[in-house]
Design a protein around this ligand. Structure first.
Ligand code: RET
Ligand code: FE2
Length: 367
Protein backbone atom coordinates (compact mmCIF):
# COMPACT_ATOMS: atom_id res chain seq x y z
CA UNK A 1 0.00 0.00 0.00
CA UNK A 2 2.67 2.44 0.94
CA UNK A 3 4.01 2.48 -2.60
CA UNK A 4 0.62 3.64 -3.85
CA UNK A 5 0.13 6.08 -0.96
CA UNK A 6 3.47 7.65 -1.44
CA UNK A 7 3.01 7.85 -5.19
CA UNK A 8 0.10 10.11 -4.42
CA UNK A 9 2.24 12.04 -1.98
CA UNK A 10 0.50 10.78 1.15
CA UNK A 11 3.70 9.50 2.78
CA UNK A 12 3.67 10.29 6.50
CA UNK A 13 6.13 13.03 7.30
CA UNK A 14 8.50 11.57 9.83
CA UNK A 15 11.47 13.73 9.09
CA UNK A 16 11.07 16.16 11.96
CA UNK A 17 13.36 15.73 14.92
CA UNK A 18 10.36 15.53 17.24
CA UNK A 19 8.95 12.57 15.35
CA UNK A 20 12.34 10.93 15.21
CA UNK A 21 12.94 11.13 18.95
CA UNK A 22 9.37 10.03 19.61
CA UNK A 23 10.00 6.94 17.51
CA UNK A 24 13.34 6.02 19.08
CA UNK A 25 11.74 3.65 21.59
CA UNK A 26 9.52 2.17 18.88
CA UNK A 27 12.56 1.56 16.70
CA UNK A 28 14.48 -0.10 19.55
CA UNK A 29 11.56 -2.44 20.28
CA UNK A 30 11.14 -3.28 16.59
CA UNK A 31 14.86 -3.95 16.33
CA UNK A 32 14.66 -6.23 19.34
CA UNK A 33 11.87 -8.26 17.72
CA UNK A 34 13.83 -8.44 14.47
CA UNK A 35 16.91 -9.72 16.27
CA UNK A 36 14.90 -12.40 18.08
CA UNK A 37 13.23 -13.55 14.85
CA UNK A 38 16.52 -13.68 12.92
CA UNK A 39 18.21 -15.60 15.72
CA UNK A 40 15.38 -18.12 16.06
CA UNK A 41 15.08 -18.56 12.26
CA UNK A 42 18.86 -18.99 11.99
CA UNK A 43 19.01 -21.58 14.76
CA UNK A 44 16.04 -23.40 13.19
CA UNK A 45 17.78 -23.47 9.79
CA UNK A 46 20.82 -25.18 11.28
CA UNK A 47 18.88 -27.55 13.54
CA UNK A 48 16.47 -28.62 10.77
CA UNK A 49 19.31 -29.23 8.30
CA UNK A 50 21.40 -31.24 10.75
CA UNK A 51 18.39 -33.19 12.04
CA UNK A 52 17.42 -34.23 8.51
CA UNK A 53 20.87 -35.70 7.79
CA UNK A 54 21.01 -37.28 11.22
CA UNK A 55 17.65 -39.05 10.85
CA UNK A 56 17.64 -39.85 7.14
CA UNK A 57 20.30 -42.13 5.79
CA UNK A 58 20.19 -40.37 2.46
CA UNK A 59 17.84 -37.68 1.22
CA UNK A 60 16.49 -38.20 -2.31
CA UNK A 61 17.76 -35.50 -4.65
CA UNK A 62 14.25 -34.35 -5.60
CA UNK A 63 13.49 -33.70 -1.91
CA UNK A 64 16.79 -31.86 -1.48
CA UNK A 65 15.58 -29.41 -4.12
CA UNK A 66 12.28 -28.79 -2.30
CA UNK A 67 13.27 -25.72 -0.18
CA UNK A 68 14.88 -24.11 -3.23
CA UNK A 69 11.75 -24.67 -5.33
CA UNK A 70 9.49 -23.44 -2.52
CA UNK A 71 11.59 -20.24 -2.43
CA UNK A 72 10.07 -19.19 -5.78
CA UNK A 73 6.95 -18.10 -3.89
CA UNK A 74 7.94 -18.14 -0.24
CA UNK A 75 10.64 -15.86 1.22
CA UNK A 76 13.28 -16.41 -1.51
CA UNK A 77 12.18 -14.49 -4.61
CA UNK A 78 9.90 -12.18 -2.57
CA UNK A 79 12.81 -10.97 -0.40
CA UNK A 80 14.15 -8.96 -3.34
CA UNK A 81 10.76 -7.95 -4.68
CA UNK A 82 10.56 -4.80 -2.53
CA UNK A 83 13.80 -3.37 -3.92
CA UNK A 84 11.80 -0.54 -5.47
CA UNK A 85 10.55 0.52 -2.02
CA UNK A 86 13.51 0.14 0.34
CA UNK A 87 15.69 3.08 -0.69
CA UNK A 88 12.94 5.73 -0.65
CA UNK A 89 11.73 4.34 2.67
CA UNK A 90 15.25 4.36 4.16
CA UNK A 91 15.65 7.96 2.99
CA UNK A 92 12.23 9.01 4.27
CA UNK A 93 11.27 9.99 0.76
CA UNK A 94 8.21 9.10 -1.23
CA UNK A 95 8.17 6.39 -3.87
CA UNK A 96 7.90 8.36 -7.09
CA UNK A 97 7.59 7.43 -10.75
CA UNK A 98 11.19 8.55 -11.13
CA UNK A 99 12.49 6.37 -8.27
CA UNK A 100 10.59 3.40 -9.69
CA UNK A 101 12.03 4.06 -13.15
CA UNK A 102 15.59 4.20 -11.78
CA UNK A 103 15.23 0.77 -10.11
CA UNK A 104 13.47 -0.65 -13.17
CA UNK A 105 16.24 0.58 -15.43
CA UNK A 106 18.90 -0.77 -13.05
CA UNK A 107 17.28 -4.23 -13.21
CA UNK A 108 16.85 -4.05 -16.99
CA UNK A 109 20.36 -2.87 -17.90
CA UNK A 110 22.45 -4.68 -15.27
CA UNK A 111 20.34 -7.86 -15.27
CA UNK A 112 20.21 -7.81 -19.07
CA UNK A 113 23.99 -7.46 -19.39
CA UNK A 114 24.55 -10.35 -16.98
CA UNK A 115 22.00 -12.50 -18.86
CA UNK A 116 24.07 -11.87 -22.00
CA UNK A 117 27.19 -13.13 -20.18
CA UNK A 118 25.31 -16.31 -19.25
CA UNK A 119 24.41 -16.83 -22.91
CA UNK A 120 27.92 -16.07 -24.24
CA UNK A 121 30.23 -17.45 -21.54
CA UNK A 122 28.22 -19.57 -19.07
CA UNK A 123 31.24 -20.90 -17.12
CA UNK A 124 32.48 -17.35 -16.51
CA UNK A 125 28.94 -16.33 -15.54
CA UNK A 126 28.78 -19.22 -13.05
CA UNK A 127 32.02 -18.19 -11.33
CA UNK A 128 30.72 -14.61 -11.16
CA UNK A 129 27.51 -15.97 -9.62
CA UNK A 130 29.44 -17.72 -6.83
CA UNK A 131 31.47 -14.56 -6.11
CA UNK A 132 28.36 -12.38 -6.28
CA UNK A 133 26.50 -14.65 -3.85
CA UNK A 134 29.49 -14.72 -1.52
CA UNK A 135 29.49 -10.92 -1.46
CA UNK A 136 25.73 -10.57 -1.14
CA UNK A 137 25.10 -13.16 1.56
CA UNK A 138 28.14 -11.82 3.39
CA UNK A 139 26.88 -8.23 3.26
CA UNK A 140 23.48 -9.39 4.53
CA UNK A 141 25.07 -10.98 7.58
CA UNK A 142 27.32 -7.99 8.27
CA UNK A 143 24.14 -5.91 8.48
CA UNK A 144 22.52 -8.46 10.80
CA UNK A 145 25.58 -8.62 13.07
CA UNK A 146 25.96 -4.86 13.33
CA UNK A 147 22.30 -3.84 13.49
CA UNK A 148 20.49 -6.82 14.97
CA UNK A 149 23.05 -8.76 17.03
CA UNK A 150 24.68 -5.50 18.10
CA UNK A 151 28.33 -6.60 17.94
CA UNK A 152 30.76 -3.92 19.04
CA UNK A 153 33.96 -5.32 17.54
CA UNK A 154 33.23 -4.59 13.87
CA UNK A 155 34.22 -0.94 14.14
CA UNK A 156 36.03 -0.39 10.87
CA UNK A 157 35.63 -1.30 7.24
CA UNK A 158 38.50 -3.84 7.42
CA UNK A 159 36.89 -6.00 10.11
CA UNK A 160 33.56 -5.83 8.28
CA UNK A 161 35.17 -6.96 5.01
CA UNK A 162 36.73 -9.92 6.86
CA UNK A 163 33.36 -10.79 8.36
CA UNK A 164 31.72 -10.48 4.94
CA UNK A 165 34.25 -13.00 3.59
CA UNK A 166 33.52 -15.37 6.47
CA UNK A 167 29.73 -15.18 6.33
CA UNK A 168 29.55 -15.26 2.52
CA UNK A 169 32.28 -17.89 2.25
CA UNK A 170 30.44 -20.33 4.51
CA UNK A 171 27.64 -21.16 2.02
CA UNK A 172 29.81 -20.80 -1.10
CA UNK A 173 33.17 -22.38 -0.08
CA UNK A 174 32.42 -25.00 2.59
CA UNK A 175 30.26 -27.10 0.17
CA UNK A 176 33.07 -26.91 -2.41
CA UNK A 177 35.41 -28.51 0.11
CA UNK A 178 32.89 -30.98 1.57
CA UNK A 179 30.70 -31.95 -1.41
CA UNK A 180 32.71 -31.43 -4.62
CA UNK A 181 30.68 -33.90 -6.70
CA UNK A 182 27.36 -32.24 -5.92
CA UNK A 183 28.87 -28.79 -6.38
CA UNK A 184 30.18 -29.85 -9.80
CA UNK A 185 26.83 -31.44 -10.63
CA UNK A 186 24.87 -28.26 -9.88
CA UNK A 187 27.46 -26.13 -11.72
CA UNK A 188 27.06 -28.49 -14.68
CA UNK A 189 23.26 -28.10 -14.69
CA UNK A 190 23.49 -24.28 -14.76
CA UNK A 191 26.26 -24.03 -17.36
CA UNK A 192 24.77 -26.95 -19.31
CA UNK A 193 21.55 -25.03 -19.95
CA UNK A 194 23.59 -22.87 -22.31
CA UNK A 195 26.51 -25.06 -23.39
CA UNK A 196 26.99 -28.60 -22.02
CA UNK A 197 30.65 -28.64 -23.11
CA UNK A 198 31.53 -25.43 -21.23
CA UNK A 199 31.28 -26.98 -17.75
CA UNK A 200 34.61 -28.76 -18.32
CA UNK A 201 36.35 -25.41 -17.78
CA UNK A 202 35.29 -25.54 -14.10
CA UNK A 203 36.88 -28.93 -13.40
CA UNK A 204 40.14 -27.62 -11.89
CA UNK A 205 38.15 -25.98 -9.08
CA UNK A 206 37.06 -29.40 -7.81
CA UNK A 207 40.55 -30.96 -7.60
CA UNK A 208 41.63 -32.10 -4.10
CA UNK A 209 44.60 -29.72 -4.00
CA UNK A 210 42.49 -26.66 -4.82
CA UNK A 211 39.91 -27.71 -2.22
CA UNK A 212 42.63 -28.23 0.35
CA UNK A 213 43.98 -24.71 -0.25
CA UNK A 214 40.46 -23.24 -0.13
CA UNK A 215 39.65 -25.20 3.05
CA UNK A 216 42.84 -24.23 4.86
CA UNK A 217 42.82 -20.61 3.70
CA UNK A 218 39.16 -20.12 4.53
CA UNK A 219 39.51 -21.94 7.87
CA UNK A 220 42.31 -19.55 8.76
CA UNK A 221 40.18 -16.51 7.91
CA UNK A 222 37.29 -17.86 10.03
CA UNK A 223 39.53 -18.52 13.05
CA UNK A 224 41.32 -15.16 12.70
CA UNK A 225 38.04 -13.25 12.36
CA UNK A 226 36.36 -14.88 15.36
CA UNK A 227 39.62 -14.65 17.35
CA UNK A 228 39.88 -10.95 16.61
CA UNK A 229 36.32 -10.40 17.84
CA UNK A 230 37.03 -12.35 21.03
CA UNK A 231 40.18 -10.34 21.76
CA UNK A 232 38.35 -7.05 21.14
CA UNK A 233 35.17 -7.70 23.10
CA UNK A 234 35.65 -10.83 25.22
CA UNK A 235 33.07 -13.62 25.34
CA UNK A 236 30.09 -11.24 25.40
CA UNK A 237 26.59 -12.25 24.29
CA UNK A 238 26.94 -10.79 20.77
CA UNK A 239 30.32 -12.51 20.24
CA UNK A 240 28.87 -15.82 21.41
CA UNK A 241 25.99 -15.40 18.93
CA UNK A 242 28.47 -14.58 16.13
CA UNK A 243 30.66 -17.59 16.98
CA UNK A 244 27.65 -19.88 17.45
CA UNK A 245 26.15 -18.85 14.12
CA UNK A 246 29.49 -19.22 12.34
CA UNK A 247 30.19 -22.69 13.73
CA UNK A 248 26.57 -23.73 13.16
CA UNK A 249 26.88 -22.70 9.51
CA UNK A 250 30.20 -24.56 9.19
CA UNK A 251 28.37 -27.68 10.41
CA UNK A 252 25.36 -27.06 8.14
CA UNK A 253 27.42 -26.67 4.98
CA UNK A 254 29.96 -29.36 5.85
CA UNK A 255 27.41 -32.05 6.73
CA UNK A 256 24.17 -31.35 4.86
CA UNK A 257 24.07 -31.98 1.08
CA UNK A 258 24.52 -28.52 -0.48
CA UNK A 259 21.31 -28.35 -2.54
CA UNK A 260 19.30 -28.88 0.65
CA UNK A 261 21.57 -26.74 2.85
CA UNK A 262 21.54 -23.81 0.43
CA UNK A 263 17.76 -24.06 -0.12
CA UNK A 264 17.17 -23.88 3.65
CA UNK A 265 19.73 -21.10 4.10
CA UNK A 266 18.35 -18.99 1.25
CA UNK A 267 14.79 -19.05 2.65
CA UNK A 268 15.24 -19.09 6.40
CA UNK A 269 18.54 -17.30 6.85
CA UNK A 270 19.31 -14.75 4.14
CA UNK A 271 15.75 -13.94 3.05
CA UNK A 272 14.24 -13.68 6.53
CA UNK A 273 17.05 -11.38 7.67
CA UNK A 274 16.65 -9.16 4.63
CA UNK A 275 12.87 -9.06 4.99
CA UNK A 276 13.29 -7.95 8.62
CA UNK A 277 15.65 -5.27 7.37
CA UNK A 278 13.04 -4.03 4.90
CA UNK A 279 10.47 -3.93 7.72
CA UNK A 280 12.76 -1.79 9.85
CA UNK A 281 12.99 0.89 7.14
CA UNK A 282 9.22 0.85 6.66
CA UNK A 283 7.60 3.08 9.29
CA UNK A 284 4.32 1.21 9.40
CA UNK A 285 5.83 -2.29 9.45
CA UNK A 286 8.31 -1.11 12.07
CA UNK A 287 5.58 0.25 14.24
CA UNK A 288 3.56 -3.01 14.21
CA UNK A 289 6.75 -5.02 14.67
CA UNK A 290 7.60 -2.94 17.75
CA UNK A 291 4.40 -4.28 19.33
CA UNK A 292 5.28 -7.85 18.38
CA UNK A 293 2.95 -7.79 15.38
CA UNK A 294 5.07 -10.09 13.26
CA UNK A 295 2.07 -11.53 11.42
CA UNK A 296 0.72 -8.08 10.49
CA UNK A 297 4.17 -6.88 9.40
CA UNK A 298 4.58 -10.05 7.32
CA UNK A 299 1.21 -9.57 5.64
CA UNK A 300 2.21 -6.02 4.74
CA UNK A 301 5.52 -7.30 3.36
CA UNK A 302 3.73 -10.00 1.35
CA UNK A 303 1.43 -7.38 -0.17
CA UNK A 304 4.37 -5.13 -1.04
CA UNK A 305 6.35 -8.01 -2.53
CA UNK A 306 3.55 -9.73 -4.48
CA UNK A 307 3.59 -7.67 -7.72
CA UNK A 308 7.31 -7.95 -8.37
CA UNK A 309 7.47 -11.58 -7.24
CA UNK A 310 5.08 -12.05 -10.16
CA UNK A 311 7.45 -9.96 -12.27
CA UNK A 312 10.37 -12.21 -11.28
CA UNK A 313 8.37 -15.27 -12.34
CA UNK A 314 7.87 -13.61 -15.74
CA UNK A 315 11.67 -13.19 -15.93
CA UNK A 316 11.96 -16.92 -15.12
CA UNK A 317 9.74 -17.59 -18.14
CA UNK A 318 11.96 -15.31 -20.24
CA UNK A 319 15.11 -17.17 -19.19
CA UNK A 320 13.36 -20.45 -20.05
CA UNK A 321 12.82 -19.13 -23.59
CA UNK A 322 16.41 -17.89 -23.78
CA UNK A 323 18.14 -21.19 -22.99
CA UNK A 324 18.78 -23.51 -25.89
CA UNK A 325 18.19 -26.65 -23.79
CA UNK A 326 14.66 -27.41 -22.63
CA UNK A 327 14.82 -28.31 -18.95
CA UNK A 328 13.31 -31.73 -18.42
CA UNK A 329 14.31 -32.80 -14.90
CA UNK A 330 13.97 -31.22 -11.44
CA UNK A 331 17.70 -30.32 -11.34
CA UNK A 332 17.35 -28.67 -14.78
CA UNK A 333 14.29 -26.67 -13.75
CA UNK A 334 16.13 -25.65 -10.57
CA UNK A 335 19.12 -24.65 -12.71
CA UNK A 336 16.85 -22.41 -14.75
CA UNK A 337 15.57 -20.88 -11.54
CA UNK A 338 19.12 -20.38 -10.24
CA UNK A 339 20.17 -18.59 -13.46
CA UNK A 340 17.10 -16.36 -13.05
CA UNK A 341 18.12 -15.67 -9.45
CA UNK A 342 21.64 -14.84 -10.67
CA UNK A 343 20.34 -12.32 -13.21
CA UNK A 344 18.03 -10.71 -10.64
CA UNK A 345 20.63 -10.78 -7.87
CA UNK A 346 23.15 -8.49 -9.57
CA UNK A 347 20.77 -5.47 -9.63
CA UNK A 348 19.45 -6.55 -6.19
CA UNK A 349 23.02 -6.30 -4.88
CA UNK A 350 23.30 -2.78 -6.31
CA UNK A 351 20.16 -1.79 -4.38
CA UNK A 352 21.27 -3.51 -1.15
CA UNK A 353 24.74 -1.94 -1.42
CA UNK A 354 23.09 1.49 -1.81
CA UNK A 355 21.02 0.64 1.29
CA UNK A 356 24.22 -0.39 3.14
CA UNK A 357 25.68 2.98 2.21
CA UNK A 358 22.52 4.81 3.21
CA UNK A 359 22.65 3.10 6.61
CA UNK A 360 26.36 3.85 7.03
CA UNK A 361 27.34 0.19 7.12
CA UNK A 362 30.67 0.54 5.33
CA UNK A 363 31.86 4.12 5.35
CA UNK A 364 30.40 6.88 7.48
CA UNK A 365 28.28 8.96 5.14
CA UNK A 366 29.50 12.46 4.37
CA UNK A 367 26.80 14.87 5.59
C1 RET B 1 22.34 -24.52 -5.09
C2 RET B 1 23.80 -24.87 -4.99
C3 RET B 1 24.82 -23.98 -5.26
C4 RET B 1 24.65 -22.55 -5.61
C5 RET B 1 23.74 -21.71 -5.16
C6 RET B 1 23.73 -20.29 -5.37
C7 RET B 1 24.90 -19.61 -5.96
C8 RET B 1 22.64 -19.61 -4.95
C9 RET B 1 22.50 -18.19 -4.97
C10 RET B 1 21.39 -17.60 -4.53
C11 RET B 1 21.23 -16.18 -4.41
C12 RET B 1 22.23 -15.22 -4.89
C13 RET B 1 20.10 -15.71 -3.81
C14 RET B 1 19.81 -14.30 -3.56
O1 RET B 1 19.91 -13.80 -2.46
C15 RET B 1 26.25 -24.42 -5.22
C16 RET B 1 27.07 -23.47 -4.39
C17 RET B 1 26.79 -24.48 -6.62
C18 RET B 1 26.43 -25.78 -4.54
C19 RET B 1 25.41 -26.75 -4.87
C20 RET B 1 24.06 -26.26 -4.58
FE1 FE2 C 1 19.26 -10.84 -1.07
Amino acid sequence: MSGVDSLTGAMPDNTTSIDRSASAGTWARARHWASVVSLVAGATTIIVGLTIVLLAESVPLSLQYLPLLVSVLVLGLPHGAVDHLVLPRARNEGVTRRSLAVIGLCYLVIGGAYAAIWALAPAVAFVLFILLTLFHWGQGDVYALVELTGVDYLEGTGSRVLTLLVRGGLPMLVPLVAFPEQYAFVAGTLVGLFDPAAAAALEPAFQPRVRLVVGLGFGLIVVATLGRGLVRSGPTGPWLIDAGETLGLVALFALVPPVLAIGLYFCFWHSIRHILRTMLVDDRAMSVLSRGGLAAASRRFARDAAPLTGGAIVVLGGVALLVPQTPATIPDVAALYLVTIAVLTLPHVVVVTALDREQGLWFPRAE
